[in-house]
Every structure is written in structure tokens, then in C-alpha cells.
Design a protein around this ligand. Structure first.
Ligand SMILES: Cc1cc2nc3c(=O)[nH]c(=O)nc-3n(C[C@H](O)[C@H](O)[C@H](O)COP(=O)(O)O)c2cc1C
Length: 376
């Protein structure tokens, strides 16, 4: 029985072969518990607990394609190589046995660095133009061959995802990593066909990745691409400053075969273009759905009533005990977007969905930085 106030979150959802029991998605979150790139039983059990906790769709932590320096921490799982793929096979079998649905988030970090000593040789990292921030050089600009091989590696990972039995595949095109670096005018300075003055031109790389992924898997298996305006290098950066620009960015990705757009925001209630529809206006996922017509996923500080996820790096404890879901429910009731991803609240408490559904919020575990020290 669902807690009636939150009913909009507990409606089923269907997209191609993907059937979900509710609208709640576990956001992709890097945990770094996969030594040598291999997800072990502890990782499978971590995702199993979310499946048992009735998460509608689990998106894995970012897991990387077969390219040199495609990850920026040693504990990030690979999505290539026999041992890693065997680990992922165990993950999806374990999640399915618990009644869950799951897709891997396929990733290439470009030239970002997550710790001082990794990757071991930053000069060997690859990116559109050899910049990690506007004006800050690192690594080298990709050659035509690098680009072709990278697109093919995304396709290969998608084919492996279907072969292993995953329900969906998500391409990580957000947050200032490789695909997003091509979108971003500040980092894509190329004057060949992979760059250009317009966002449609700079979306070509992302669109080619989507096409390769689409071509590698069955027509019926949904492809999601995650996108963001903000970058870890610059929280105020924006790819699209008007709805027209947003269409010019997103439509090529949809035309290439993306079935759903995962629109990453730090706070889901913030309007994307308040100058057009006001302070209660559509968020990023709302505009993306309105402009393209495809279903969208929103995200950002659900159930936390506190610091957004970059804020807590300062050490803030986030109060998840009294989640105020009213404004989320209001947006979902009018189908502004289709699914809502939940990040930190689900790291802290694998039973978050069940407790919300049952109205047992007083037993929710709270999120703090310490929570990240173990796979709960
Ligand atoms: C520990 C941690 C790791 C994350 N790793 C990823 C990642 O691998 N891929 C990604 O797209 N986003 C990543 N994110 C962002 C989350 O998916 C999500 O968008 C963000 O935490 C906001 O949701 P929340 O406020 O519900 O936590 C990460 C966030 C956290 C807290």
C-alpha cells in the first residue's frame, strides 16, 4: 500500500522493454570499491539491497570503457575485460534475483583528476582539445583515430551490457567528463567536424556515441543519456542558455537514438528558464521533455532538505529524516518529468523507497560524509 500523499512516485512506468514498478531511480554514484576495476560480491550485495528496497531502476556507478585513462580513481569499475564483465554479470544476476532492474552507466572521465596520484600520468589523458578547464591545459587533444576508437568502445560496452542481461544502458554525457567536454564551448576548441560555433556541431560526438550504442543493442532496449548544464570544473557553466539552444543540443541526441534524457541538476526544484515561466517553472528535465517529447529523469537533493551534493564536501550532515517530498510530488503529478533519481539518500539507506512508501520516515538513516566509507 502506498502512502497516499506520495502516490505519484509509485505509479508503474514502461519504456520499450523496460517495465518499472515505480518512478524512483537510484542515481549513478561512484563508490570506488572495485579494486583492479572488478566489482566483487560486496558490490553485487550493495545493489541487491537497493533492489530488495524496491528501487524501480538502479543505475550503476560510472563504469568505464576500454580506453587508456578512462577512469580517474583506481577503485572505479571497468566495463571491459573478462574479470570485470564477470563481476558485472554477477551484479545483474543478483539484482534480477531480488526483483530489480538495472543499467550500467558507461563512462570516460577525459582528463579530470580525482586524486593527486591518479591517473599516474596525466599527460596521457585525452580530451577534445587538451584542456581540463577553460585556459588550463592537461593531456592531449584526441586524434581522429582516438575519436573513432572511443565511439567504438562505447558501442562495445553497450553490446556487453545487453549480453550480460542488463535492462537498459546509460551513457554518461554530463558533469564535465569526456562527452560533456565536446558539448562545452570552453573546452571544445576544435575546428574540424567535431567542434564548431553551434551546440549542434559540438553535439556531434555525443550523437555518434549514442548512434554506436543504439546500433550495438536491440531496438527494444532503452538508451539513456545523462546530461548537465553544470560542470564539476564550473558550477555556473551552461550549455544552453535558451530553449532554442536546448533544442539544438538535445534533438540531435534524440535523433541519434536516445530514448530517455537524464537531466542532472543539483536541486530538482530550480527552474531552468525562470525568465520565461517563473520561479516555479519547469526544471531541466521538464524543459527537455517539453522540447523533445521523450521521457526524462530528474534528480537533485531529493529527500535531503539540506546541502546539495557539492555542498556536503564541506562536511555538512544532511538531514534525511524529515524528507519534504511535496514539491517533488507536485511536479510528478503533472508529469513534468517521468522518473526521479535519488542519490545520497539511497547511499545512506537502502530501504529509502520502502520507508517513503510506507510513511516510516522516522527510521530513515541520515547521510553524512562518513556514510561513504563503506558499502551499506
Ligand atoms: C558519492 C557520489 C558519487 C557520484 N558519482 C557519480 C557518477 O559516477 N556518475 C554520475 O553521473 N553522477 C555521480 N554523482 C552525482 C549523483 O548521481 C547525483 O546526481 C547527485 O548526487 C545529486 O543527487 P542527490 O542530491 O540525490 O545526491 C555522484 C554523487 C555522489 C554523492
Amino acid at each position: 500500500m502506498s502512502h497516499s500523499a506520495n502516490e505519484a512516485l509509485f505509479r508503474p512506468f514502461k519504456l520499450k522493454s523496460l517495465e518499472l514498478k515505480n518512478r524512483i531511480v537510484m542515481a549513478p554514484m561512484t563508490r570506488g570499491f572495485s579494486p583492479e576495476g572488478v566489482p566483487g560480491q560486496n558490490v553485487a550485495d550493495y545493489y541487491r539491497r537497493r533492489a530488495e528496497g524496491d528501487v524501480g531502476l538502479i543505475l550503476s556507478e560510472g563504469t568505464v570503457i576500454d580506453r587508456p585513462n578512462s577512469k580517474n580513481l583506481p577503485g572505479i569499475p571497468d566495463f571491459h575485460g573478462e574479470k570485470s564483465l564477470a563481476g558485472w554479470k554477477n551484479v545483474i544476476d543478483t539484482v534480477h534475483a531480488a526483483g530489480g532492474k538495472m543499467g550500467p552507466q558507461i563512462w570516460h572521465v577525459a582528463n579530470t583528476i580525482a586524486s593527486a596520484d591518479y591517473p599516474p600520468n596525466p599527460d596521457e589523458t585525452e580530451s577534445p582539445s587538451g584542456f581540463v578547464k577553460p585556459g588550463e591545459k592537461r593531456g592531449h587533444a584526441m586524434s581522429e583515430e582516438d575519436i573513432a576508437d572511443t565511439i567504438a568502445a562505447f558501442g562495445k560496452a553497450a553490446a556487453d551490457a545487453e549480453r550480460l542481461g542488463f535492462d537498459v544502458v546509460e551513457i554518461h554525457g554530463a558533469h564535465g567528463y569526456l562527452i560533456d567536454q565536446f558539448f562545452w564551448q570552453g573546452l571544445n576548441l576544435r575546428d574540424d567536424r567535431w567542434g564548431g560555433e553551434t551546440i549542434t556541431e559540438r553535439a556531434r560526438f555525443g550523437a555518434e556515441v549514442v548512434k554506436a550504442v543504439r546500433a550495438a543493442i536491440s531496438d527494444d532496449m532503452p538508451v539513456i543519456i545523462r546530461l548537465s548544464q553544470w560542470k564539476q570544473q564550473d558550477y555556473n557553466a551552461r550549455i544552453a542558455t535558451t530553449p532554442d539552444e536546448m533544442t539544438e543540443w538535445l534533438q540531435p541526441l534524440v535523433d541519434a537514438g536516445a530514448d530517455m534524457l537524464h537531466c542532472s541538476q543539483r536541486r530538482f526544484w530550480e527552474p531552468e528558464f525562470p525568465e520565461i515561466d517563473g520561479e516555479e517553472g519547469l526544471n531541466f528535465a521538464g524543459w527537455a521533455k517539453k522540447l523533445t517529447g521523450v521521457p526524462t529523469i530528474s534528480v537533485g537533493s531529493v529527500g535531503l532538505n539540506g546541502a546539495d551534493f557539492l555542498g556536503w564536501f564541506g562536511g555538512a550532515e544532511v538531514n534525511a529524516k524529515t524528507p519534504d517530498l511535496d514539491r517533488l510530488v507536485r511536479r510528478m503529478e503533472r508529469d513534468e518529468f517521468d522518473l526521479i533519481a535519488v542519490g545520497r539518500a539511497l547511499i545512506a539507506d537502502p530501504a529509502w523507497v520502502k520507508k517513503i512508501e510506507g510513511g516510516e520516515t522516522e527510521t530513515l538513516s541520515t547521510f553524512s560524509r562518513e556514510t561513504l566509507g563503506a558499502l551499506v
